[in-house]
Design a protein around this ligand. Structure first.
Ligand code: GDP
Ligand code: MG
Length: 209
């Protein structure tokens, strides 16, 4: 759910991807600037205040678990899409299956978004574990291409070694969420005009009968 109070913005972000790709590492790095190595697998919801481009924002971040059961996953997807203003989809550059899962998740999110009648759902794709380049199985170009074809943003990061790139991910998403709100507002404005114009024409038609 979105709230816009003057300059202040609240946004809900879901971090998703298969097990062991570094979802918790990425989230904790963003929240605390630290990398602690082991995170367990508890599902967590964090609230964090950030300043992006001079504007204060409250981010609610859901570090979500992944289910191998695809029908359960698509059921969960509806709940997540309803709650979310944006998604961070994470894979590991050393794990091809995790990359394929991100590709599937994009499809599920888009289908669910359309089903719910939502205009936009900003998504950032993150290829994590960039420091393990000797074990890389997914090329940067593949990530970039996926992002291009699905109209998402793309970053390759190392939650283990670099705070700045992780910061870019979340700031990038906040920017996209803000943009999407502006365009949704514009669209609502246009829809309003079309509605009132068709009301006028409908009236004219009945007047002339
Ligand atoms: P999650 O299951 O997706 O939440 O993954 P975790 O955040 O628990 O991370 C899984 C494992 O990958 C842990 O052992 C982390 O220390 C490790 N890890 C996470 N991010 C990185 C990274 O950028 N580089 C390296 N080398 N290891 C990472
Ligand atoms: Mg985790």
């Amino acid at each position: 759910m979105t709230r816009l109070n003057g300059q202040r913005m609240d946004a809900n972000v879901v971090v998703l991807g298969t097990d062991n790709v570094g979802k918790s590492a990425l989230t904790v790095r963003f929240l605390t600037r630290r990398f602690i190595g082991e995170y367990g697998d508890i599902e967590s919801l964090y609230t964090h205040n950030v300043v992006v481009d001079g504007r204060e924002q409250t981010l609610n971040i859901w570090d979500a678990p992944y289910s191998q059961d695809l029908s359960f996953e698509s059921l969960m997807c509806e709940k997540r899409v309803q709650w979310a203003d944006g998604f961070v989809l994470v894979y590991s550059i050393c794990d091809r299956a995790s990359f394929n899962a991100v590709s599937r998740l994009i499809q599920t999110i888009k289908t669910t978004k359309d089903f719910l009648g939502l205009e936009k759902m900003p998504i950032v794709i993150v290829g994590n574990k960039r420091d393990l380049h000797h074990r890389r199985t997914v090329l940067s170009e593949e990530g970039r291409l996926l992002a291009l074809s699905a109209d998402c943003q793309f970053y390759e990061v190392s939650a283990a070694e670099n705070y700045h790139s992780v910061l870019m991910v979340f700031h990038g998403l906040v920017d996209r969420i803000r943009e999407s709100r502006v365009s949704v507002k514009k669209l609502a404005g246009i829809k309003g005009i079309v509605k009132s114009m068709s009301a006028v024409f409908a009236r004219r038609r009945t007047d002339s009968l």
